[in-house]
Design a protein around this ligand. Structure first.
Ligand code: GLN
Length: 538
């Protein structure tokens, strides 16, 4: 008999931001640690084809996959928890589904038919789910974004209802993640919103098999009994997921304690292999009680007010801390404020400074002030994408004395365009999916900070940018002491710069944060946090 891939469908109830992505990733980890091969996927009900054109303030970080898709930040959780690489097939939006259906209609693919949400749109969604079925995949977890009751998620819910109907109960499972709020004035937890949310699902033919209740405190037996009764869910399948005390990486451990993974496997008629969480537990232990105390690192960005904008950066710093047995405390600094108040005032006392990626000229002068401060005060500096470009501009202006040096992104008429539009971008017209995206190789020069950190001479890193180091300025910057330590294999693009005279100063055009995991910190983050620790001791 051909092997069947099992499916888990995760929906959300009552409110958004319940951490569905995180919970899905935690479930994937548990199944993986029981020896199963898992894939994860997110369905986003909005009309953008992908989140690439949305403001970070709207959507948070855009997570870039190895194959160059601009995706939802939940995919970052998927990769960090499981180490399973996500691809273009790991994130679908309503916009992407509809554009496929509409293109097919224009090509005559539905000739003679009226094209409708059911079955044509739902078929397209089911195709996207089926795309992850493979001989080497045991379980696919599909997370449906949004909240039960939203108009826009209806086609997705209908599609997963049909899907499970087609594959049968032993092969498909519905998990509903819902909120059980604590009402302070009454001193009570309330199950009613969850009952109503399950009611909404039932009206469209979905009966959740498992309820995962997000709550501030663990739920009482009585509340669990009540939910089981009203929601028609087996009592042991009402699981609570209270807010974690220290770290999101505790979530899988909390869920495992309630045997969630065992119930899932039983429901899916799969063998319950042993669970090996040894490395994960050791990692969480280090994270909670690191031996070397705390080190403070500033992240100076332009989207600071929304924590999700730099999700992977903050996570990668945490990983760098775990690898160095210390806790990284992040000081979040808005670059526009550096512009107004000065770097010294806002950055005093930190042991490391990171400037992350970004677009557009708001706050750039604050970033340049930040680079100047880090460079002249010998504070470890890590510039990522825009942060590298700022490092180059600052060096050109203040060390090479190239007056008004800038990126043509911010000043088209600059006399010294040290950062300029990539050749490959000059003909590009549209905005969506047109940047240099995805994983590219890079050569590292021997004897550099980068080569020491990576312990390798050829690496692969993910990109998302339009502008680049302008090769016309290579010699001028090198002559004044900037080392070009990472170059792409054809020699055309500068991917990393360093200042060898500085204790730790590195800029990279790519996004190392996307490849960092708690069990394996990215080498640059590990090395940067180590440098910050050395700085702290001085
Ligand atoms: N805005 C810059 C570019 O397009 C940097 C992009 C980024 O930081 N991701 O090249």
């Amino acid at each position: 008999m051909a092997k069947v891939t099992k499916h888990i469908f995760v929906t959300g109830g009552v409110v958004s931001s319940l951490g569905k992505g995180l919970t899905s990733a935690a479930i994937a980890l548990l199944l993986e640690r029981r020896g199963y091969r898992v894939r994860l996927q997110k369905m986003d009900p909005y009309l953008n084809v992908d989140p690439g054109t949305m403001s970070p303030f709207q959507h948070g970080e855009v997570y870039v996959t190895e194959d160059g898709a601009e995706t939802d930040l939940d995919l970052g959780h998927y990769e960090r928890f499981t180490g399973i690489p996500c691809t273009r097939a790991s994130n679908f939006t309503t916009g992407r589904i509809y554009s496929a259906v509409i293109s097919r209609e224009r090509e005559g693919g539905y000739l003679g038919k009226t094209v409708q949400v059911i079955p044509h749109v739902t078929d397209e969604i089911k195709k996207a789910i089926r795309a992850l079925d493979a001989d080497d995949v045991d379980v696919v977890i599909t997370e449906v974004g949004g909240t039960a009751g939203d108009i826009e998620s209806l086609p997705f819910l209908e599609a997963i209802r049909q899907y499970r109907q087609e594959i049968g109960r032993d092969n498909g499972l519905f998990i509903h993640i819902t909120l059980v709020p604590y009402i302070k004035a009454a001193g009570e937890m309330k199950t009613k919103p969850s009952q109503q949310s399950v009611g909404i699902l039932r009206t469209i033919g979905i009966v959740p098999d498992i309820l995962i209740c997000r709550c501030e405190q663990p739920m009482s037996e009585e509340h669990k009994d009540k939910l089981a009764l009203f929601c028609n869910v087996d009592r042991e399948l009402v699981i609570d997921e209270p807010d974690v005390k220290n770290s999101i990486y505790e979530v899988p451990l909390d869920l495992a304690r309630q045997d969630l993974d065992v119930y899932i496997l039983e429901k899916l008629a799969m063998h319950v292999n042993g669970l090996d969480l040894k490395r994960w537990k050791a990692m969480v232990k280090t994270l909670i009680a690191p031996r070397k105390g705390e080190v403070e690192i500033a992240v100076v960005g332009k989207y600071i007010s929304l924590r999700d904008s730099y999700k992977s950066i903050y996570e990668a710093l945490t990983h760098g801390g775990i690898a160095n047995n210390c806790r990284v405390k992040v000081r979040m600094v808005e670059s526009e404020e550096v512009q107004d108040k000065g770097a010294a005032k806002l950055l005093a006392g930190v042991s490391g400074i990171l400037v992350p990626g970004g677009f557009g000229d708001r706050g750039i002068e604050g970033m340049l002030g930040t680079v100047h401060y880090a460079r002249t005060k010998g504070i470890p500096y890590f510039g990522i994408c825009l942060g590298m470009q700022c490092a180059v501009i600052e060096f050109a202006r203040n060390v090479c004395k190239l007056k008004g040096a800038n990126s043509t992104e911010f000043d088209r008429a600059t006399a010294a365009p040290v950062i300029d539009l990539m050749e490959s971008q000059k003909q590009v017209r549209g905005m969506g999916g047109t940047m240099r995206l995805g994983s590219y190789p890079c050569h590292i020069a021997a004897g550099t900070l980068a080569s020491k950190a990576y312990g390798a001479s050829r690496i692969q890193e993910r990109h998302r940018h339009r502008f680049e180091f302008n090769n016309a300025y290579r010699d001028k910057l090198k002559a004044k002491g900037m080392r070009l330590s990472g170059i792409c294999p054809d020699g055309e693009l500068v991917e990393m710069v360093e200042l060898p005279k500085h204790p730790w100063f590195l800029g990279c055009q790519f996004h190392p944060e996307f490849q960092s995991t708690p069990l394996k910190a990215h080498p640059l983050f590990r090395s940067f946090v180590a440098a910050a620790l050395r700085k702290r001791k001085r």
